[in-house]
Design a binder for this molecule. Structure first.
Ligand SMILES: O=C1O[C@H](COP(=O)(O)O)[C@@H](O)[C@H](O)[C@H]1O
Length: 251
């Protein structure tokens, strides 16, 4: 099924659309299993989530934080209070403002080497971080909702164009030590995990995203991981964008 594209008129409007989508999946998941398993991304997403889940007066009271289990679609191998940490971003924007939530950060006790750098870091320990993260996932590997970003190069999670990780067929979480975007050491969910999810929601805002969205929606550029994820058969796929992000893009 073709992905749905939801175009917001302002960043508040985009956030509200995202918020209502999250609540819809939260309520379905809790009715079915008693828990809502969601994965969030880093980058610009922290601010969107704050607007949607903390600041929006209609949505905030509907969030059942005590039933949430939060994962990360990708994470940088840095301490949790490092400016590059996706956990840190979520904490600052959301977790610090809401009741206690079950969240799954990486095991930072396994970090080696200099903060964020490849040189001097122990590859076996990095691999252990990825493997331990995979063990935290539900047994069937199925998440209810993943909130995804889309970088200007078309990457999503830490799945970058042309990277061998795009070929991963079995692991649900993988290690990457040569991320073209710093920092180089990261973990990321993979296509096998994304394909099992109930719903995938991309959030892309700003005119800087328009050339990428043109490649995805008009040119069908399958070298872009975001396009490949958007085409997955199985999960529901929704794009939440603002007007500048799709200016001149035929949807
Ligand atoms: O490196 C990353 O970038 C992507 C995209 O970020 P955005 O700011 O362009 O939306 C993000 O989704 C991912 O989690 C992050 O690690």
């Amino acid at each position: 099924m073709a992905p749905v594209v939801s175009v917001g008129t302002s960043s508040e409007d985009v956030a509200a659309r995202v918020g209502h989508h999250v609540i819809k999946h939260q309520d379905i998941a809790i009715a079915e299993s008693g828990v809502f398993r969601i994965a969030v991304s880093g980058g610009s997403m922290g601010k969107v989530l704050k607007k949607a889940l903390v600041d929006d007066k209609q949505i905030a009271p509907l969030v059942k934080w005590d039933k949430w289990e939060v994962y990360f679609s990708d994470e940088r191998l840095v301490p949790l209070d490092h400016p590059e940490s996706n956990y840190g971003l979520l904490k600052q924007n959301v977790l610090d403002h809401v009741p206690k939530v079950v969240v799954h950060p990486i095991d930072v006790s396994l970090l080696t080497g200099k903060e964020g750098e490849l040189a001097g870091a122990d590859e076996a320990k990095d691999q252990e971080i990825a493997d331990k993260y995979a063990e935290l996932l539900p047994k069937d590997g199925k998440l209810d909702l993943l909130l995804l970003g889309c970088g200007p190069d078309g990457h999503t999670c830490s799945l970058f164009p042309g990277h061998p990780l795009l070929e991963e067929k079995s692991k649900l979480v993988a290690l990457i030590r040569d991320s073209p975007k710093p920092p180089p050491r990261r973990i990321s969910v993979t296509f096998p995990l994304l394909a099992k999810a109930t719903s995938l929601a991309f959030i892309a805002e700003g005119e800087g995203k328009a050339p990428t969205l043109k490649k995805i929606f008009e040119e069908g550029d399958t070298s872009l991981p975001s396009k490949l994820v958007s085409d997955l058969v199985g999960p529901e796929v929704v794009w939440f964008v603002n007007e500048p992000a799709v200016k001149g893009v035929k949807l």
